[in-house]
Write a protein that binds this ligand. Structure first.
Ligand code: FES
Length: 124
């Protein structure tokens, strides 16, 4: 049912935890299941220099978050905003159709963290 890549990122997720010096934080919930995810980013010179996530979600949410954080780490804000949940699912060699909604958490969490970062820039 799950690809080897999904199993790998689920059993050995990358970038789990918090960042104490994060300047971009996003928390989102999945309307379909009620699961939640929090993303912490350190953004420097328009680039995501570090990223962590914590999720209260299913295995597919853990795997997609792990893969998504790997895909945006070291990338520019614009590249991160362009990342789609479909691209993350493809990088994981696919998700079962009924689990595709889980991959939306990571995409939305990244966008929410960047949004938070921009809002903080405005008030400084
Ligand atoms: Fe909730 Fe997967 S079932 S994120």
């Amino acid at each position: 049912m799950y690809s080897d890549k999904v199993m790998d990122h689920f059993t050995n997720p990358r970038n789990v935890g918090e960042l104490v010096n994060a300047n971009g934080i996003g928390e989102v919930g999945n309307a379909k299941c009620g699961d939640i995810m929090k993303i912490y980013m350190k953004i420097e010179n328009d680039t995501i220099s570090d990223i962590r996530f914590k999720t209260f979600g299913c295995g597919a949410a853990v795997a997609t978050s792990s893969m998504a954080t790997e895909m945006v780490k070291g990338k520019t804000i614009q590249e991160a905003l362009d990342l789609t949940n479909k691209a993350v699912a493809e990088a994981l060699e696919g998700l079962p159709p009924e689990k595709l909604h889980c991959s939306v958490l990571a995409e939305e969490g990244i966008k929410a963290a960047i949004d938070y970062y921009y809002k903080r820039q405005d008030v400084q």
